[in-house]
Write a protein that binds this ligand. Sequence first.
Ligand code: E4P
Length: 219
Amino acid sequence: MKFFLDTANIEQIKEAKDMGMLDGVTTNPTLVSKENKSEHELYSEIIEICKGKPVSLETTSNDTDVIVKQGQEFVNTYGKDVYVKVANTKEGLKAVRTLFDSGINCNVTLTFSASQYLLAAKAGARVVSPFIGRLDDISLDGNMTLIQDIEVIRRNYKFENQAETLVSSIRHPVHVVQAAVMGAPLATMPFKVLNMLFKHPLTDIGFATFMKDYESVDK
Ligand code: E4P
């Protein structure tokens, strides 16, 4: 499973890279608004740190022509590592088709159902982002069933541009593990969740005991 970091924070991206756990980055307007830098400065730095790994940059319109123009500008400015993030709307998916036809990869975001996945895959999405945490937030059961259904659909067909499942809106390590068990190829998570994956109290207790016992070993 490839790990993407869901952030626009430079320090977090650098740290995940140092851990050897960074396969790409996803940003969105909310994440960008939390940083104290211009969009251009942030995107340039993220692309530079990620070198060769996909970075999703989100379009901010629901007008097909504007989305296409924004997507082309992203790629012209920041290069081929950009996955143009497009909302899963009718106008958005029209833009995805046009961008795909011109060789640009899209990440179809704000996906909440298997039917929306199917449409995005047919439109030529490189990756599709189902948001599981936001389904949890509104007490909707079945978010992991959504991933399971999407994975079945993905494997049933050979979509034009892969339409890999990028499990998104992850809230805790169990989401990551369940998605991995289902065979989802990609997951994007906040830095906090990446760190939580490392934690196990028995590892900490066991390590402390081994270190203490080693003190009495005759060297
Ligand atoms: C995905 O690309 C989105 O940026 C992200 O996963 C949204 O997550 P949230 O529901 O935590 O905002």
